[in-house]
Design a protein around this ligand. Structure first.
Ligand SMILES: [Zn+2]
Length: 210
């Protein structure tokens, strides 16, 4: 009787463990499914938003590069300052930012067309350049001054990728989370001498334009 009770206990324990194992597997599969579906939905929304913006740019007779109306297009009036050919700009733009006239990251592509790539969050694949050759323009609390950081790179012989996060303040927080924490963040705080002259967006804090 004692032996059969022990066998029964072992069998019950095995059943419980099997049940837990199956339940864990099901939960993992469900969470993966929900996550995949969530990402898929986000990507679909982003693509739809992008296509809609493209259509409206054309319908409104606006420039697809600077997003201004064609009579106010600034593409040919901008002049770039010389910079090292080893500097590459990677503008990582929130998909909602595409088509906004107040967006400034697009101007980098006009100024340095051969040194700038623009990719859209949730539309383009994020390709990470080597960490040791990359900095991210994002004024987080642990960010360093860009001028000081750039001095640490030998731009005569090595490349430097500057990732520029483009979006509203809230959107760039999301964009920043897409990159590993060990890529240095930099700010331009020491280059700012007064209130922003850019009037298409409000400066709600001393060093922050929203
Ligand atoms: Zn233009």
């Amino acid at each position: 009787m004692a032996a059969s009770w022990s066998l029964l206990k072992k069998a019950s324990m095995r059943n419980v463990l099997c049940f837990l194992w199956i339940a864990c597997g099901a939960l993992l599969a469900l969470s993966w499914e929900l996550r995949s579906n969530g990402e898929l939905r986000s990507n679909t929304v982003a693509r739809a938003n992008y296509l809609k913006k493209m259509e409206s740019l054309e319908a409104d007779n606006r420039c697809c590069t600077c997003f201004f109306h064609k009579q106010n297009c600034v593409c040919k009036s901008l002049q770039s300052s010389p910079i090292s050919e080893n500097i590459k700009f990677e503008v990582f733009m929130h998909y909602k930012e595409f088509g906004r006239t107040s967006n400034t990251g697009k101007l980098l592509h006009i100024l340095y067309p051969n040194q700038t790539t623009i990719s859209l969050y949730q539309i383009d694949d994020l390709v990470l350049p080597p960490t040791e050759e990359t900095i991210i323009l994002y004024p987080s609390s642990d960010s360093a001054c860009i001028s000081t950081r750039i001095q640490q790179y030998d731009l005569k012989s090595k490349k430097l990728n500057i990732i520029v996060l483009e979006g509203t303040w809230a959107e760039t927080k999301t964009l920043n989370r897409q990159f590993p924490a060990d890529i240095p963040r930099v700010n331009i705080n020491n280059l700012i001498s007064g209130p922003s002259l850019f009037t298409l967006r409000k400066q709600t804090k001393e060093l922050c334009v929203r």
